[in-house]
Design a protein around this ligand. Structure first.
Ligand code: ADP
Length: 605
């Protein structure tokens, strides 16, 4: 920051001469136009008055006046005439001198300081005019004490000069117009005397010391009082091409000016305009200060902008770094996730394989469970089948005896019993075959009551052996549900087998089978009068290999398989305890849609 200002300061120092020169130039232009006005005004005034004396002098009345010297009768008339002409041309005085230089008529005849009777023989404008030359002169009036331009012409009578007519114009008028201007205006005569000056201190003083000859001529013509014509403390100095510096005033209180001068049309005269350099310098300095401030402000703004941009870039860089970091982290995380995903996928696959294996194992176990149940039943079944077989044998033996003895009626009755027995055995065998078969997956409409009755029939040997009873009020109406006939039988056989096991040792060995119907479902309740399910059995009865039975007595598969079968049907298998004791197993099945029912059944409904 300090460096910026130091640089600006240095630049200002370097630029100062140029800036000042530019202001000097402007001032010169202004001074020149003032100069033109000044010289124009003076030239115009002189040009205006110059021909007037010649025009006036032609009047024969002046000849009359000069010829009748000593006869004053015409004088008042001439005086008045001159006064009148002076008033109309704007001259301060018009007067006539006889060949001795004595004023014989004057426009100012009425004034206290009238020229009447005054002798101006010493004035060049007199003696030159008397020599026949129209003349112009400038001087401080000896009578009036006023500076003036004098224009004179000879008054002729034929070819002889009989007198001189002079016209005087005062110069105060010009200076009045210049007062109030900060410029110094000087109009100097050929001797370098400031005949006109805006500053009264400089009036009638010389720009340079006058030579003795000049001084002698001034004294001789009484042009100016010599003691007043002192040199102005003045020195000139060229400060630039076509620019002159002028110093006025004594040492210590001098003032520097820029000088411009121009010759007037009057030979040897010059108009000079002095412009004070102080304000020009101040203006240049002021302009540089303003330039400095403006440039400084711009530099500061630029600096602030640059810093701001730098900050923004820094922020963007930091944000970019953070973003990169974040992206890296996200990439790493994503990689972790990918790895996790891959391992999860492989786990899912493993699970699927495991599930597949489990399903297969479960299917195998279902089969195994069925085989186990078959094994359990086989003892009872062999008894069931052996008994009718023994009966069939004895009926057949008896029938043969009755036929020998021609007792055909008894023989017939025995054969009928044999037929009944074989029917019964065929029925048992059919059930066994169905039970052992692996069921298909297809769901059919099956009659609930009929299936329960078939299961009960299958259980008959066990029921009887255990000394239990089954009560099942099937009612008149059949209910059709979705499922597999044999698989539902298998489930019911399982539940009933468990119930018989549970009621072992109980006084009342009764199993109640009932049906509950709802709009969409049909529920089969199998209630026993055993001790009911213990808490762990309530929680885990449907889990594979859960059993509370002795080793060899149960494998813990029956309910698990049953549960899955019912689930395959889209139904539910649940276990609970009856409030009055004993367990309840409920198989809830979906009703079969009407279009699945056999035609005959639909017709019956
Ligand atoms: P298992 O009969 O081979 O033990 P299940 O899966 O058929 O296998 O039965 C599992 C267990 O559920 C039985 O061991 C028994 O503890 C319990 N359970 C089943 N039915 C009943 C019931 N009616 N009363 C009490 N407990 C029962």
């Amino acid at each position: 920051m300090a460096a910026v200002f130091a640089l600006l300061f240095l630049m200002s120092l370097l630029a100062y001469p140029q800036v000042q020169a530019s202001f000097v130039k402007d001032a010169q232009v202004a001074a020149k136009s003032t100069l033109r006005l000044v010289s124009g005004a003076v030239d115009q005034a002189i040009g205006k008055y110059q021909p007037i004396p010649g025009l006036i002098a032609d009047d024969p009345i002046f000849r009359d006046l000069l010829h009748q010297t000593g006869n004053n009768g015409i004088v008042p008339f001439v005086n008045e005439k001159l006064r009148h002409i002076a008033g109309s041309v704007g001259a301060s005085d018009i007067y006539i001198m006889d060949p001795s230089g004595t004023t014989v008529a004057a426009s100012n005849y009425r004034d206290e300081r009238s020229f009447m009777g005054n002798n101006f023989a010493y004035r060049p404008y007199f003696y030159k005019a008397l020599a026949g030359e129209a003349t112009q002169f400038h001087a401080l009036g000896t009578t009036s004490g006023e500076r003036g331009f004098f224009f004179s012409v000879p008054i002729l009578d034929g070819i002889s000069v009989i007198g001189v007519l002079a016209l005087k114009v005062t110069v105060e008028l010009f200076e009045g117009a210049w007062s109030g201007s900060p410029l110094e205006i000087i109009v100097a005569d050929p001797n370098g005397v400031a005949f006109l000056a805006s500053h009264d201190d400089y009036r009638l003083r010389s720009l340079a010391p006058l030579s003795d000859g000049v001084r002698a001529r001034i004294a001789e013509t009484r042009q100016f009082p010599l003691n007043a014509v002192t040199p102005i403390p003045f020195s000139a100095n060229v400060i630039a091409p076509s620019a002159v510096e002028v110093t006025l005033g004594e040492v210590g209180s001098e003032i520097h000016y820029l000088a411009e001068s121009e010759p007037l049309s009057l030979s040897g005269w010059h108009a000079i305009v002095l412009t004070p350099l102080g304000p020009i310098t101040s203006q240049a300095i002021y302009a540089l200060i303003v330039w400095n401030l403006a440039t400084g402000a711009i530099a500061l703004a630029a600096l602030a902008l640059i810093q701001r941009r730098a900050r923004i870039f820094e922020r963007i860089r930091v944000e970019q770094t953070q973003r990169d970091l974040l992206e890296k982290m996200v990439r790493e995380r994503t990689a972790d996730l990918d790895t996790a995903n891959i391992s999860l996928r492989s786990e899912v696959n493993e699970r699927k394989i495991a599930e597949e294996r489990l399903r297969k194992t479960q299917k195998d176990l279902v089969q195994a469970g069925k085989l186990a149940a078959l094994g359990q039943m086989s003892a009872a079944l062999s008894h069931e089948i052996n008994q009718p077989l023994a009966a069939v044998k004895s009926y057949a033996d008896n029938a043969a005896l009755y036929i020998e003895r021609n007792r055909t009626a008894e023989a017939k009755a025995n054969i009928a019993r044999i037929s009944e027995m074989t029917d019964r055995m065929a029925k048992i065998s059919r059930h066994l075959r169905n039970f052992a078969r692996r069921p298909g997956d297809k769901l059919n409409a099956i009659p609930v009551c009929e299936v329960i009755r078939e299961a009960v029939a299958l259980m008959d040997p066990q029921v009887r052996k255990s000394g239990s009873r089954i009560s099942f009020a099937s009612g008149q109406t059949e209910h059709w549900v979705l499922g597999g006939r044999l698989r539902l039988q298998q489930v019911l056989v399982n539940i009933m087998t468990n119930a018989i096991d549970a009621m072992e040792g109980q006084s009342q060995k009764l199993m109640d089978i009932s049906i509950d119907c709802a709009d969409e479902t049909v529920a089969i309740h199998v209630r026993d009068h055993g001790p009911g399910l213990k808490q762990d059995a309530l929680n885990q009865a449907f889990e594979a290999f859960f059993t509370t039975k002795d080793a060899g007595a149960g494998m813990g598969l029956g309910l698990s398989i049953s549960y899955n079968i019912i689930e395959d049907f889209g139904g539910k298998l649940t276990a609970s305890n009856h409030p009055d004791g004993g367990g309840i197993f409920t198989v809830e099945l979906r009703r079969a849609p009407a279009e699945d029912l056999p035609l005959i059944q639909v017709a019956a409904q």
